[in-house]
Design a protein around this ligand. Structure first.
Ligand code: AMP
Ligand code: MG
Length: 346
């Protein structure tokens, strides 16, 4: 149990700190050689692409159109998006992106004992993290008892390019995987245009490809909070992605930025499909390294649900993944990582 003082510290830290993944830009050291960057708005956040080679002014347009397609497919805020239409039970032929993400999501649901589940939609909405921001804790408990009957990844499948729902009230939510997938798609576009050295970053979900310049590796970092005698400071855990193992993506999930506080209780936007509530644990954020960003994104969300011990048990059977956990215990920020997570080179 946290005492009052440490609880206050925790609260202050959680509010003030942004310990997320940052792509470290080393543009300055590259002089006039051909390192270029463009950025824009994507899925409620920013995107940024840094690349080496010939400048191509059509790249931002290509990236923007990939983001626009992702929004048209997956946005739950746009009532005309494919997912919104599926949630309204319109008969819609699924896009390849949606078929791919249903299949990948269901695989990750299996691997995480159902901690990751794209049928979480009704609970996300009832908690006010969807289109509506209303949340009434008392009616939520009652609502949840009935909503839970149509939560479960086993209740959906794809046949003849169409979504099959076991219950018409099933609502899909791809928010925990679509951002990572958008990173993968922009990276694919860059490769198709012939680039071999680039870094794609959407709101801290990062994919690095090749080398930056003169053999220098891309560097990414997790911003971590540290208590000192002079108060809270942030340090950077800087690392190079293990590109030689093909693990060139990293994604972070956390419960410290998107939550509601009602009568002193916190409700995070990451929900345990089994209990219908967010987990009350000391875990603050998880960064996952994987071979594609959609996978890293989904596992990071699942590990927030599962907590450190259960996640570590899964990770022991998945050496194609690496993870770094930040948690708050005994009045301090603490870190834990798998042995294959890259060392801090700061
Ligand atoms: P992320 O920021 O990638 O961890 O995604 C969080 C978002 O995914 C939430 O805002 C919800 O829309 C959705 N979500 C919440 N809980 C889950 C879950 N257990 N499995 C899949 N998606 C979830
Ligand atoms: Mg995620």
């Amino acid at each position: 149990m946290r005492n009052d003082k440490s609880h206050r510290k925790f609260h202050r830290a959680a509010v003030k700190t942004v310990f997320t993944l940052i792509a470290i830009s080393l543009l300055a050291s590259c002089g006039k050689r051909q390192v270029h960057n463009f950025s824009g708005i994507a899925i409620g956040t920013y995107y940024s692409v840094t690349y080496v080679g010939q400048e191509d002014i059509s790249l931002p347009v290509a990236a923007d159109s990939i983001i626009a397609v992702i929004n048209r497919e997956f946005s739950i805020f746009d009532s005309t998006s494919t997912v919104s239409r599926l949630n309204a039970n319109a008969t819609t032929v699924l896009t390849d992106d949606i078929i791919h993400l249903i299949s990948l999501s269901n695989h990750i649901s299996e691997e995480t004992g159902g901690a990751f589940d794209i049928t979480i939609g009704p609970l996300v909405n009832a908690m006010g993290f969807g289109k509506s921001t209303d949340f009434d804790t008392l009616s939520y408990q009652k609502q949840m008892d009935s909503l839970r009957h149509f939560i479960g990844y086993q209740k959906i499948s794809v046949a003849d390019g169409k979504l099959q729902k076991a219950d018409s009230r099933i609502q899909l939510d791809f928010n925990a995987i679509a951002k990572g997938y958008a990173v993968d798609k922009i990276a694919r576009m860059m490769k198709e245009k012939g680039y071999e050295n680039f870094l794609v970053d959407i709101g801290g979900e990062v994919l690095a490809q090749g080398r930056k310049f003169k053999g220098q590796e891309w560097r990414v970092g997790v911003q971590i909070p540290t208590e000192t005698q002079n108060g809270l400071i942030e340090t950077n855990y800087i690392f190079e992605l293990p590109l030689e193992s093909g693990m060139n993506c990293v994604a972070t999930s956390g419960n410290y930025r998107n939550y509601k506080e009602i009568n002193g209780k916190r409700y995070s936007h990451i929900i345990n499909p089994t209990t219908g509530y967010s987990e009350k644990s000391s875990l603050l954020s998880v960064s996952v390294i994987a071979k594609d960003c959609a996978t890293a994104d989904a596992f990071a969300t699942a590990f927030m649900v599962l907590g450190i011990e259960k996640s570590m048990a899964i990770l022991r059977n998945h050496n194609e993944l690496a993870a770094h956990f930040i948690y708050y215990e005994n009045g301090n920020f603490q870190y834990k990582q798998t042995s294959n997570f890259p060392k801090n080179i700061q």
